[in-house]
Design a protein around this ligand. Structure first.
Ligand code: ZN
Length: 411
């Protein structure tokens, strides 16, 4: 079989695109790296790295700083840095009790973050999008006008169809089958792609890229405020399911004799471990919100039996729900976000014991439970990561084609 010149050219272009993607991903996820480090991490040759980083510098996506001697033998290697202003994304977040916007540059630099409280309760999609547009304008104010916004990522506390950002269900916002993606596109007048995803799916993405789960390939994330959300990284990749609805750990049916859930079912994990369940069991009003949770923790510190029993209940049921997932998914890390991160010191003992009692010994022995490290902003940072994905997968679309002779050395 003979291979024609065109075919060689095409193959070489495919290899170049994949190699550019590997380098931009390295720079974005790990920050400034010397050319030698890039050689080691990508497996490409020195000359391929030199050529490709040169292309990224020309396209404004990276800059090169003079070589630094690091006390190692051999020629010093120039340092390649991601250029935050060369590609920025707009990240937006819709939570039940707050809205947020930020501009995030390539490499993960957050260049303006605004979060405002919103009263819990129902609002129309148009109202919330209007508020988000104002926040986005405020986040952009003061940024250089030449800055290139290449995408918009949106985290929302609801169940989302990834293909068009339609929110099939967000009971705490009062949305059912809400065309969030469409309304956002109209309002922002954006000529760039808008990607919408569930907030916990993005929380785990952020913790995986930049937080406590960095470098861990199998991660289970559960976060709670009013509702309980979940997100999964399996074999290094976010698990979203057929349409993006996957990962709803809060709606795992756990108690056939349990309470009605806002999703319409009965006895979901959320009804046993959510904020409302904790507050009611501790003798507070279900709608007390974060200040009431703080009060429960103070009462627990003072030895209140009701507060301690309520925390114990949450720890046990969380352990029961997570044990099943540990058996199915064999994660290395369980990351507790939001409410669960804050109450972790109070529930750690019960939760660990329940996991040990219910999960299979082998996967149980491998998994650790830790609080999230990025705090409240994890979903917003994850939304930025989502918006960067097209650039990271194929930076050549931004860099443009290369006319030079194919560099077969790098293949
Ligand atoms: Zn439910």
């Amino acid at each position: 079989m003979t291979i024609g010149r065109d075919e060689i050219g095409q193959r070489s272009e495919t290899v170049r695109r994949a190699n550019l993607s590997a380098i931009v991903r390295e720079l974005h996820e790990r920050g400034p790296s010397s050319r030698s480090e890039l050689v080691t991490r990508t497996g490409l040759t020195r000359s391929a790295i030199r050529g490709l980083t040169g292309e990224l510098v020309l396209a404004g996506l990276a800059s090169e700083e003079p070589a630094m001697r690091l006390g190692t033998p051999g020629r010093p290697s120039p340092v390649v840095c991601p250029n935050p202003g060369g590609a920025t994304v707009l990240a937006l977040e819709i939570e039940v009790d707050s809205l947020a916007a930020a501009l995030v540059g390539l490499g993960g630099e957050v260049m303006g973050l605004i979060r405002v409280d919103r009263p819990r309760g129902h609002s129309s999609v148009e109202e919330i999008v209007g508020d988000l547009a104002d926040l986005a304008a405020a986040a952009k104010a003061g940024r250089p006008s030449g800055e290139k916004v290449i995408g918009v990522g949106v985290a929302v506390a609801g169940v989302v169809r990834r293909s068009d950002g339609r929110v099939s269900m967000a009971p705490n916002l009062g949305w059912s089958d809400a065309p969030l993606g469409e309304v956002l596109a109209r309002s922002l007048g954006a000529s760039v792609p808008i990607s919408v995803a569930n907030e916990a799916d993005l929380g785990v993405l952020a913790e995986h890229r930049r937080g406590v789960a960095r470098g861990v390939d199998n991660v289970l994330y559960i976060s709670g405020e009013v509702g309980v959300g979940g997100g999964l990284i399996v074999d290094g990749r976010p698990l979203s399911g057929e349409a993006g609805y996957g990962g709803e750990i809060g709606h795992l049916p756990v108690n056939p004799a349990g309470a009605a859930c806002r999703c319409g079912s009965v006895g979901c994990l959320e009804t046993e471990v959510g904020e409302g369940a904790l507050l009611v069991r501790a003798g507070h009003a279900a709608a007390g919100g974060r200040p009431a949770v703080e009060a429960v923790l103070r009462e627990a510190a003072d030895g209140s039996p009701a507060a301690l029993a309520a925390l114990d209940h949450v720890g046990r049921w969380l352990g029961l729900g997570l044990a099943g997932l540990v058996n199915v998914l064999n994660p290395r890390l369980i990351v507790l976000g939001g409410l669960f991160g804050r109450i972790h010191p109070w529930i750690a003992g019960t939760l660990d014991a329940e996991l040990t009692r219910r999960a299979l010994p082998a996967p149980r022995a491998l998994v650790r439970v830790v609080p999230a490290s990025l705090g409240l902003d994890a979903p917003l940072l994850g939304a930025a990561e989502l918006a960067f994905e097209p650039l990271l997968s194929d930076p050549a679309a931004w860099v443009g084609p290369r006319d030079a002779i194919p560099d077969l050395e790098s293949a």
